[in-house]
Design a protein around this ligand. Structure first.
Ligand code: SF4
Ligand code: SF4
Length: 301
């Protein structure tokens, strides 16, 4: 990856050499236009997008987040009972990236994180009981990629800087933490409810819909956010995305950092209790009706 404007960035998560290392590890790699494998990496993609990747790409394409999700992305489950993820959709009926051109990547300046990292893989891990995650790296060596034969030594840290990854990773940190938090909680949290999955999806990936949600009367009646702070939050997509991560920590994991109006919170809890009691009552009535059917049936025999 030379940083030349036309250099394509591959993204397929290929076989990872099972050795992890830190940012000071020296690797040998260069991607350059004219190399015999030019575009090979972008012909078979499997690219998970971060929320910030989506912001950059939707702006680049001049579409709303909803349009981007409908036309350029595919949702997937990141792991069993885990959070929802989004992948870049390849060309219709094939595996190539739709941004691949003979000259290289058509969205190079806004290419996703995975494309920037290749052939390095970022492995964020969080051990049970630990509050922060640890980053380590691995090298992806795929036979078709000849960039490993180019005589250019570079440390992973230098490579990350060259690819603009420091800013990208910083802006995706809150999202990674949420995913890892769910993962490290394991079965104790169980399968997320449909409502919490939908909330996570909207807040992380559909920023235009999340903006409407945050600006809504219902949101304002529950969360006590000073007016100045609220206009700052709504001012730009990146600030709103960072707020979304904070909001999700509170909504999904109970880490309270946003003040709620006590009366509204109390009312919501009461409403939730009433709904649960209603469901319980209906279930009891259904059970009783079934019992009646059984006894009536016995009487007819
Ligand atoms: S976004 Fe660009 S770099 Fe990434 S796979 Fe597509 S063409 Fe290649
Ligand atoms: S296969 Fe490797 S060297 Fe070839 S274009 Fe892709 S990243 Fe560059």
């Amino acid at each position: 990856m030379t940083g030349a404007a036309a250099t394509p960035m591959p993204a397929a998560a290929g076989p990872v050499v099972p050795e992890t290392f830190g940012a000071d590890r020296r690797i040998q790699f260069r991607c350059r236009k004219g190399i015999a494998c030019w575009n090979a990496c972008c012909s078979n993609i499997d690219i998970t997008l971060t929320p910030y990747d989506i912001l950059r790409l939707k702006d680049r394409l001049g579409v709303s987040s909803g349009e981007f999700l409908r036309n350029f992305a595919v949702p997937f489950e990141m792991e069993k009972d885990g959070m929802a993820g989004v992948k870049l959709k390849p060309v219709e009926g094939a595996t190539a990236c739709r941004f691949m051109t003979p000259e290289g990547c058509a969205v190079y300046e806004d290419r996703p994180t995975a494309c920037r990292y290749y052939p390095v893989a970022l492995l964020s891990m969080r051990k049970q009981g630990e509050s922060t995650e640890r980053d380590s790296y691995a090298l992806v060596k795929e036979p078709h990629c000849l960039g490993h034969l180019e005589p250019r030594p570079i440390t992973v840290g230098e490579y990350r800087r060259e690819q603009g990854l420091e800013a990208y990773d910083e802006l995706a940190r809150g999202w990674r933490q949420l995913v890892l938090k769910k993962k490290s909680a394991g079965p104790t949290l169980g399968k997320p409810s449909k409502a919490s999955l939908q909330l996570f999806f909207m807040a992380c990936y559909d920023i235009d819909r999340f903006r409407v949600f945050v600006a809504s009367e219902a949101f304002g009646s529950l969360y006590d956010i000073p007016e100045g702070e609220m206009s700052q939050v709504l001012a730009d997509d990146t600030g709103l995305m960072l707020f979304a991560f904070r909001f999700l920590r509170q909504a999904l994991f109970g880490e309270v950092t946003i003040r709620v109006h006590p009366a509204a919170a109390h009312e919501r809890i009461e409403r939730a209790r009433a709904r649960a009691a209603g469901r319980e009552r209906e279930a009891a009535e259904r059970r009783a009706a079934q019992q009646d059917d059984v006894y009536e049936g016995l009487g007819e025999e």
